[in-house]
Ligand binder design. Structure first.
Ligand SMILES: *Cc1c(COP(=O)(O)O)cnc(C)c1O
Length: 444
């Protein structure tokens, strides 16, 4: 192949050869564990001849299979926003006042509640990712440590790279429905801890902590006066809890906009202790592509004044998320009917439980029963596979099913399922998984 002809330099300029351009040291520190794990697996390779259709169960994106559509009310709200002509200009960098007010009204528990929110507590962001990046960057630097759960949504690591903070991991306990190992968490806290990250309901665990467990965590945070960032992008998407099952779990409802009695917002039980709450329309409203999220400051004691200023400064860098979505948000939050949330939840529960029951019958697999969010983690043992990366690579090569290894979440010896997948697709994948596991039983 002949090289393409290059355009001429402007006359008179130096013809010194160009050197390759380097990136900043900050950006070099950014890693993406999932990307690195997948390096050896080519999902774009042509599907092998044969009856087996490729199934990709890797992506935690509820829109990929087309079985979970956003509410028509949301679509109408975005159309209206476009047509109104009110979403053409720059928003305020922290977000339009009406978008922030809509978020505040959505989460505010009223005069008799524990969690009061006003529009001044809200900063609009580019999805939950933008909210997390903002919160982490405003709080952490090279003199600080930050505490993440293990297993975790590894994007937390990716977003911490620029700030050079030290990452410490506190364990979640699989035998206790992924509750926090409180003694372990406590042992990691010191005077340089910038924050503890909570994620409830959890990606990748599919767990939903009980109110009691959240109160135990909050008591520990109060004891050490440790700030919390709580990633509640799955707020309300839960049908069961860790520990004893509450009566409310048998009668899903969406009271106070959440399945209260089942899902507990951290800010509603942490008392006067401060926290930053991260949310987005991505998961509960089933449209991650809309890229709209928020940070809510919960600060009854007024100790986060500087942090509020920091969030506003950070927001100033990119002038807020896009105006069309911000203008649509009040109508999305006000008009989405309760039925939509209940239907989504019922479908996730049905799929999650059917998947759990099916996996339990496969020798060598120990699934963990999902209680919320869109995931199920499954442990395996007694197979002739070196680690979970070898597991998913062999499974993909032999059965054409792609699934994320636990290593993508710092959870060795597990695989993670996405429960927004249509049930027949999951059941087909399970049949192939059963055949795969049988073939790979470790010989004695
Ligand atoms: C999907 C996800 C996010 C990112 O949400 P976006 O709004 O799409 O940026 C954040 N945290 C967790 C735990 C997630 O699963």
């Amino acid at each position: 192949m002949s090289p393409q002809a290059l355009p001429d330099y402007p006359t008179g300029t130096s013809l010194k050869p160009w050197k390759t351009v380097n990136v900043s040291s900050g950006v070099k520190r950014i890693s993406n564990p999932i990307r690195e794990i997948l390096a050896g697996i080519d999902l774009s390779a042509p599907v092998a001849q044969g009856p087996k259709q490729l199934v990709n169960l890797g992506l935690g994106d509820p829109s990929v299979f087309g079985n979970h559509a956003p509410a028509p009310e949301s679509i109408a709200a975005i159309e209206e926003s476009l047509k109104s002509g009110r979403s053409l200009g720059y928003p305020e960098s922290v977000g339009y006042a009406d978008a922030r007010e809509a978020v505040a009204n959505y989460f505010d528990e009223g005069p008799n509640g524990n969690w009061r929110v006003t529009k001044n507590d809200v900063v609009m962001t580019h999805g939950a990712s933008g909210a997390l990046e903002m919160a982490i960057s405003v709080l952490a630097d090279e003199t600080k440590n930050v505490l993440f759960p293990r297993p975790l949504f590894t994007a937390y690591e990716t977003m911490s790279a620029i700030s050079r903070c030290e990452i410490r991991y506190y364990d979640l306990l699989p035998e206790q429905d992924w509750e926090v190992d409180l003694a372990h968490l406590e042992s990691l806290i010191d005077e340089n801890t910038a924050f503890v990250m909570l994620n409830n309901p959890s990606n990748p665990c599919g767990s939903n902590w009980s109110e009691k467990h959240l109160r135990d965590i909050a008591a520990l945070m109060a004891k050490h006066q440790t700030l919390v960032i709580t990633d509640e992008v799955y707020a309300g998407l839960a049908w069961d809890v860790t520990g004893p099952r509450p009566a409310a779990a048998d009668a899903p409802r969406v009271e106070g906009k959440f399945n209260r009695g089942v899902f507990t917002p951290y800010a509603s039980i942490c008392g006067p202790s401060p926290c930053l709450v991260v949310g987005a329309v991505s998961k509960r409203w089933l449209a991650p592509g809309w890229r709209l999220g928020w940070v809510i400051v919960h600060d009854p004691l007024g100790v986060l004044a500087e942090v509020r200023g920091g969030l506003a400064k950070w927001a100033f860098r990119i002038q807020g998320p896009n105006s069309t979505m911000q203008r649509a948000l009040p109508a999305i939050l006000a008009n989405t009917p309760e039925r939509f949330y209940l239907d989504t939840m019922a479908e996730l529960k049905r799929t999650g439980e059917a998947l759990y029951d099916r996996l339990e019958r496969i020798p060598g697999l120990t699934p963990r029963r999902p209680q919320g969010a869109m995931y199920l983690c499954c442990q395996y043992s007694g197979l002739d596979l070196e680690d979970d990366k070898a597991f998913v690579t062999a499974f993909y090569d032999e059965e054409r099913v792609f699934i994320l290894p636990g290593a993508a979440f710092r959870l060795d010896g597990y695989i993670r399922f996405v429960t927004t997948t249509p049930l027949p697709v999951l059941m087909d994948a399970c049949d192939r998984l059963e055949a795969f596991c049988k073939r790979h039983v470790k010989s004695a």
